[in-house]
Design a protein around this ligand. Sequence first.
Ligand SMILES: CC(C)(COP(=O)(O)OP(=O)(O)OC[C@H]1O[C@@H](n2cnc3c(N)ncnc32)[C@H](O)[C@@H]1OP(=O)(O)O)[C@@H](O)C(=O)NCCC(=O)NCCS
Length: 165
Amino acid sequence: MIRPETLGDHAAIHEVNRLAFGEEGEARLIAALRDGGYVRVSLVAEEAGRVVGHILFSDLSIVTPQGVVEALSLAPLAVVPDCQRQGIGSALVREGLRACTEAGHRIVLVVGHPEFYPRFDFTAQSAERLLSPYAGPAFMALELAPGALEGVEGEVRYPPPFGDL
Ligand SMILES: CC(C)(COP(=O)(O)OP(=O)(O)OC[C@H]1O[C@@H](n2cnc3c(N)ncnc32)[C@H](O)[C@@H]1OP(=O)(O)O)[C@@H](O)C(=O)NCCC(=O)NCCS
């Protein structure tokens, strides 16, 4: 079952991310993004009452000569090691993108496995005109609203908590 996070999930989300990444950095990032008010969509995957996966989307700005274009950052995505490769991560991405679209968001950027995200239509090509500290093949973009990235050329600004990761 995939559902929005509740207050009671915070500890479980911390643990899912700690186990998936083998360190606390991502779990701390999530807490800092929450504290800073940057979180837009946060979903958990629950199996038999246990939180086994989590996905977060937070605010991001693209600063262009024409003004600031608002976007979302997909990060982090985590599934506990004993539940990986069963489709849970993909289900979280699909549900997450649906929730972001429903909420009216238009652009999502991700830094992630280049073999994983293209299956959800993220491409490195569509992120080519965006200057980012994470630029490279792992840096990908997706338009939730067709044409949302057309003519958008500028610098990606992550909120401060990303600087501490
Ligand atoms: C990446 C992750 C979220 C995928 O979750 P999942 O539930 O295993 O994903 P799914 O079962 O839906 O899809 C599996 C696909 O994920 C991809 N994948 C999983 N781990 C991967 C890795 N370490 N490197 C590259 N691709 C990976 C594979 O392409 C795999 O496809 P395949 O089974 O056809 O080979 C999960 O493996 C995880 O939490 N990993 C550790 C943390 C992490 O790297 N997070 C992502 C940051 S971008």
